[in-house]
Ligand binder design. Structure first.
Ligand code: PBG
Length: 327
């Protein structure tokens, strides 16, 4: 008998693909994916977003075919953002009955009823100044904005939205929207709250896609400081108390610690938003041939799930669904 020093042989469990599959702790499936989409006015429009290759602003008349493709890939839910030209100070386009998201939602629920429609509830795509709320005395006014957001949520639910996702970061938006939905007879509609949304440079490409860049100042008075971690728990706590059904952490990759904190501290499904800048960086490097796109994207998704996310909002969703199908 040799007297070998005692150490653990971790490599035993890595010896073959089959062995590795037995001990794999995290998996990404198509059920984890939520696909964000940009709906634009006009007919027969399919504009590729320059800073987001593979992502399009699409008009409603082309939406039925697109949704069928998405459904055939096995994706269960889409999140809708509107792109309009006729904006005003108050952002009334957000809650107009014939608004772009309302129309798109009606069409999707008619053409592909099983598809879950998540309506992004915010004003920035509809206000002439590009802020997520209404302006009073040169400031984004919290309580006045809540009224418009509640109206927006109700109009989205009326149009058939399955989930309301308020992204505006006004204080009290969950309870205000919950009460408005309940009052309008939509107590069954869940709220997927952007509970923790940082003021992030990673949103740049989205603002090109949604034409929602603030025309003055920035969003630092309502979105969170990237330096803060405890504050994220306070944000999540209020949303849980106010009645949120899902908690979003946004962005994802630079905030994996926050995803884990939220997972450990609350008992609601955690949604990570793998945002536009995170997508664009991978695309740019892949187009240069510098990285293996599929491998990088799957590793990103694994890391987000490993951090504790139950669901991932990602522009890569269609590609991932295709890769998973071909496996
Ligand atoms: C704001 C909103 C933003 C995103 C979605 N909704 C951020 C912002 O402009 O401040 C960003 C999403 C992304 O970057 O993919 N209502």
């Amino acid at each position: 008998m040799h007297n070998l020093p005692k150490f653990d042989r971790h490599r035993r469990l890595r010896s073959s693909a089959a062995m590795r599959s037995l001990v794999r702790e995290t998996e990404v499936t198509v059920n984890d994916l939520l696909y964000p989409m940009f709906i634009i006015e006009g007919e027969n429009v399919k504009n590729e977003v320059v800073s987001m290759p593979g992502i399009f602003q699409i008009s409603i008349d082309l939406l039925a075919d697109e949704m069928k493709e998405i459904k055939n890939l096995g994706i269960k839910a889409v999140m809708l953002f509107g792109v309009i030209t006729n904006k005003d100070e108050a952002g009334t386009g957000a809650y107009s009955e014939s608004g772009i998201i309302q129309e798109a939602t009606r069409l999707i629920k008619k053409e592909v009823p099983e598809m879950l429609v998540i309506a992004d509830t915010c004003l920035c795509e509809y206000t002439s100044h590009g802020h997520c709320g209404v302006i009073e005395n040169g400031q984004v006014a919290n309580d006045a904005s809540l009224k418009s957001l509640a109206k927006t949520a109700v109009s989205q639910a009326k149009a058939g939205a399955d989930i309301i996702a308020p992204s505006n970061m006004m204080d009290g938006f969950v309870i205000t929207i919950r009460e408005a939905l309940d009052e309008a007879g939509f107590s069954e509609i869940p709220i997927m709250s952007y509970a923790i949304k940082y003021s992030s440079a990673f949103y740049g490409p989205f603002r090109d896609a949604a034409d929602s860049t603030p025309q003055f100042g920035d969003r630092k008075q309502y979105q969170m400081d990237p330096a803060n971690r405890i504050e994220a728990l306070r944000e999540a706590e209020s949303d849980v108390q106010e009645g949120a059904d899902f908690l979003i952490v946004k962005p994802a990759l630079s905030y994996l610690d926050i995803i884990r904190d939220v997972k450990n501290n609350f008992n609601l499904p955690v949604v990570a938003y793998n945002v536009s800048g995170e997508y664009s960086m991978v695309k740019a490097a892949a187009m240069n041939g510098w990285i293996d796109e599929e491998a990088i994207v799957m590793e990103k998704m694994l890391s987000i799930k490993r951090a504790g996310a139950n669901l991932i909002l990602t522009y890569h969703a269609k590609d991932i669904a295709k890769w998973l199908k071909n496996e």
